[in-house]
Design a protein around this ligand. Structure first.
Ligand code: NDP
Ligand code: 8X3
Length: 259
């Protein structure tokens, strides 16, 4: 197969690329850090096409996919993995630029890649789109505001793709991991390594190879089987309980003056 992985320079994307390469598949590696793309390309033994690009750039994405060399044109598996969280501030105090970057990358980047790759899959009557969602799209947490919103979008987008693609032979999976140790927290906390490593303190989180295994498993099912969603967490993580705020006199929160 030809497997295109976005965000292949780190974390899940790199592990997914290595997992498919270990089975002999060809890779198209997408990311912005050229040095890392080249290094991974050198380490992988199957055919690799490195494609440095920013998934937020609509025209660049369309042109790059249209210009894929003949040996890499017929993409069998698209892994929409590139993405990020920025900050953990409450929604009234967040940096609007951070919100925009998350929407542009996690939502619009996925749209640009998917729209560019899907026509070929439909024409060939086979293919598999794997979107990397998150538990953050299923379960709210304080500060998850727009990041969780982008991942909830991916869940519904994946389901709606399935509706469109019914009868085409093209499969779609939304893979929804929970806490996993990668560069994710370093990016979220904008390079604060101490704060990032605290996230994983005294916990055995998921690791990138866990997610790669799930992605590979989903694509390894017989053609008549579509794995629609996979939600996975480390054993040390669970959703719930619902939160309660106990105000001094039982009201829901701070009262506005005069009330
Ligand atoms: P990493 O930070 O380790 O990897 C993120 C990858 O996305 C990098 O390869 C980065 O490459 C790429 N990327 C970011 N922005 C762009 C862009 N504009 N254009 C192209 N590539 C981009 O984090 P993870 O591996 O953890 O994250 C991968 C995905 O998994 C993300 O979508 C994330 O939201 C999701 N996720 C992560 C979880 C976790 O706990 N770690 C849990 C659930 C989901 P480069 O900077 O070189 O462009
Ligand atoms: C990443 C998982 O819980 O850190 O998508 O947002 S979480």
């Amino acid at each position: 197969m030809i497997v295109l992985v976005t965000g292949a320079t780190s974390g899940f994307g790199e592990a997914i690329a290595r997992r498919f390469a270990a089975e002999g598949h060809s890779l198209i590696l997408v990311g912005r850090r050229v040095d890392r793309l080249r290094q991974l390309k050198d380490e992988i033994e199957t055919p690799v096409y490195d494609l440095p690009l920013d998934v937020r750039e609509r025209d660049t994405v369309a042109e790059a996919i249209a210009d894929l060399p003949p040996d890499f044109k017929d993409v069998d598996v698209l892994v929409n993995n590139a993405g990020l969280a920025l900050g953990l501030e409450p929604s009234w105090a967040t940096d609007l630029d951070d919100w925009e970057t998350m929407v542009d990358t996690n939502v619009k980047g996925v749209l640009y890649m998917t729209r560019a790759i899907l026509p070929g899959m439909v024409e060939r009557g086979c293919g598999h789109v794997i979107n990397i969602g998150s538990t953050a799209g299923n379960w709210p947490y304080p500060g998850g505001n727009v990041y969780g919103g982008t991942k909830a979008f991916l869940k519904q987008f994946s389901l709606n793709l399935r509706a469109d693609l019914l009868g085409t032979g093209v499969r779609v999976t939304n893979l929804e991991p929970g806490l996993a140790e990668t560069e994710f927290s370093l990016v979220r906390y904008k390079g604060d390594a101490g704060r990032a490593s605290d996230v994983y303190k005294n916990i055995e989180p998921l690791v990138a190879t866990d997610i790669a295994e799930a992605a590979f498993w989903a694509t390894s099912q017989p053609a008549h089987v579509n794995i629609t969603r996979i939600e996975m967490m480390c054993t040390a993580q669970a959703n719930g309980p619902l939160a309660l705020h106990r105000g001094a006199d039982g009201h829901a929160g701070r009262r506005r003056s005069g009330k």
